[in-house]
Design a protein around this ligand. Sequence first.
Ligand code: PRX
Length: 656
Amino acid sequence: MSQPTIESILQEKRLFHPHSDFSQSAHISSLEDYQRIYEEAKADPQAFWAKLAETELDWFAPWDKVLDWQAPFAKWFVNGKINISYNCLDRHLNNWRKNKAALIWEGEPGDSRTLTYSQLYREVCQFANVLKQLGVKKGDRVGIYMPMIPEAAIAMLACARIGAPHSVVFGGFSAEALRDRLNDAAAKVVVTADGGWRKDAIVPLKEQVDKALADDAVPSVTDVLVVQRTKQKISMSVGRDHWWHDLQQGVSAHCPAEPMDSEDMLFVLYTSGSTGKPKGVVHTTGGYNLYSHITTKWIFDLKDTDVYWCTADVGWITGHSYIVYGPLSNGATTVMYEGAPRASNLGCFWDVIEKYGVNIFYTAPTAIRAFIKMGEHHPKSRNLSSLRLLGTVGEPINPEAWMWYHKIIGGERCPIVDTWWQTETGGIMITPLPGAIATKPGSATKPFPGIIADVVDLEGNTVPENEGGYLAIRHPWPGMMRTVYGDPERFRRTYWEHIPPQNGNYTYFAGDGARKDEDGYFWVMGRVDDVLNVSGHRLGTMEVESALVSHPAVAEAAVVGKPDDLKGEEVVAFVTLEGSFQPSEELSKELKKHVVSEIGAIARPGEIRFTDALPKTRSGKIMRRLLRNLAAGQEVSGDTSTLEDRSVLDKLREGA
Ligand code: PRX
C-alpha cells in the first residue's frame, strides 16, 4: 500500500454513482439538485446563506446585514443575536427530541453513558452556573484539556452558553504545549480530569496541568476544575483546584443562554503553521453555527433516526464541528468514544458500530490504513449492516484504502464522503453530497454550495485542467476563521497575501496543492508549505525544530516528512550537535523523548539523522527539498547549484 502519487491518482477513473434508494431519501437527491443549489448560491451568496440562517437556526434577534467584508476580515449576520448552546439544546426540548439520546458515550474500559437532550441540557446548565460562580464572565477564555468523556462536550457547551470562549487543547499534547496555548489565550480557568484512558493505560492529564501551571507560569489561570475519571491519586492545590462533582452539587440546572452577538468569539483552537508558534484560530458564533450545522445535515445526510459517529478527538476541529456542534445543532444522536484500537481489542471500533447500530461513520484515512493491516476478520466478524454512509477526513486517502473502506466496511452499499477542510475553514469545504455526486476514489469531488474553490498559480490565475496548483477559495463563507488570536496581521499574511489581491478581490490560500480534473473534481495532493501531516495530525516542521534545538546537545536541526504507509508522513530530523556531544543510539532516543515532552507523542521523530552540517544555500537557507529526497531514500532531484557546499550533500548521502 502506498500514499497517492500524482501518477496513480491521474489514472484513477473509477466512478461510483449513489444508489437510487439512497438518493431518493437524501436531503440533496440528485446531481441536478446540487448544480441548481450551487449555481443559486454562487449567483447570490448572501441570499443563500441568509435563507439557511433563517430556516435552520433560532435567533434571539435578527441581523441587519448578512455580510460585512472588509477583506480579509469578515463579519457574518451583523448585529444578529444567537447562542449556539441554545441551538444545540434548548430548541430540542420543546418537541419529541427532549428524551432522544443526544450523546452516547462509550468509555475505553467498557463503561458507557447515554445523555438525552434534556439530561445534557441540565448538565450543561449546571456547569455553566459553576463557571459563573467561579467568576467566569462573558469574554473570559476557558482552557479545556480533557479525555474523550461527556464532560468535555458539556464544558464546551457550558462555555458557549455563558459566552466564555473555550480553547480545547488535545489531551495528547505535553505540559509545555499546554502552557504555551493557555498563555497565548490568557485562560482564566482550566477544565481537566484526573486522567484519561488511552490504550489500556492512563494519561495523567491533571499531572500535566500541574506541570504547565507550576511556578505561576500561566498567571491568568485562577481555578482548575477536575473531573474524576480514572480515580488515580493526584494532588489538588488548595484554593486553585476543585472537583467537578463537588462544585456541581446543589447547583441550579437552569441557566439562560446568553444572547451573543453573531460575531462574538465562540472558541480559539490552536493549529500548526509553517512559521512560528501554533496560531490561535478564532471562530465566532453565528457563522460557525450555521456552517457546522448545514454541512453536517447535507454532507452526512443526517436524519432524525440516525446514530452518527465521528471518531475524532474533541481536541481537534473535527471534534468541535462534527462531534459536538454540528450534530447537536441538528438534534442528532452523536456517539463519542474514549478509546482507540489496541492490542487487546483490535475490533473495538466495529464493536461500537454493532452495539449502537451506528448508521453514519466518519474517520481518518490513517485509521483505515491501520485497520487494513489488522485484517479483515475483525470487521467481518461484526454486524455492520446498520451503516449507510461513510466519511473520511484529515489527509488524502489513497485509492486502495478507499476501496477497502467501500468493500469491507461499507459492504459496497454505503457512499463515501471524502471531506476536505481545515481548522481555519470551520467546516467541510470540498466533498461529495452523498445522494447527488458520484465519487472517485481519492477525490474530495466538488465544493459545497456557497464555496467558490479553485486551483490557482501564485498570481491567482486558474491553472488549466489536470495541472497542479494551489488550492484557493475565492469568496468568504460563514464558517471561515475570523483572525489569528491576538495577531490580525499574521492572519492577513498567512492566508491572504500568498496570492496577491487583485482589484480588492482577496483569495484564501489553503496551503494545499491540488488539481481539478475534466469533470471539475478536486484532487487534494497535500501540503505545499512546511507543515507535515502525521496520522492526520498537523505539525509544523519549525515547532519540532525548536523543540530539538532546546536540547543542550543540539546545535541545529532541520525536520522534514518522509512518506509512510501507515501514518501518511513520518517525522525525520537532521541534527548537528554541539561540540562536546557525539552521535549515539542513546542520544537519538533521548532527543525523541525530548520532542515528546516538548510537544507530545504525535511529534515523536521516527528517525534522527546526525550530520556534521546541513545543506544550505549561499544565503544560509536550509535546502529542505534535498533533505526530503534524502529522507525518502530518493535521488536528489532538481537544481543543486545554489548549494553553498556540495560536500555536505555527499556526506549526507554516504551517511544514509
Ligand atoms: O492538508 C489538508 C489535510 O489536512 C489539512 C488541515 O488540517 P487540520 O487543520 O488539522 O484539519 C484536519 C481536519 C479538517 C489540510 O490543509 N486534509 C484534510 N482533509 C483532507 C486533507 N487532505 C486531503 N483530503 C482531505 N479530505
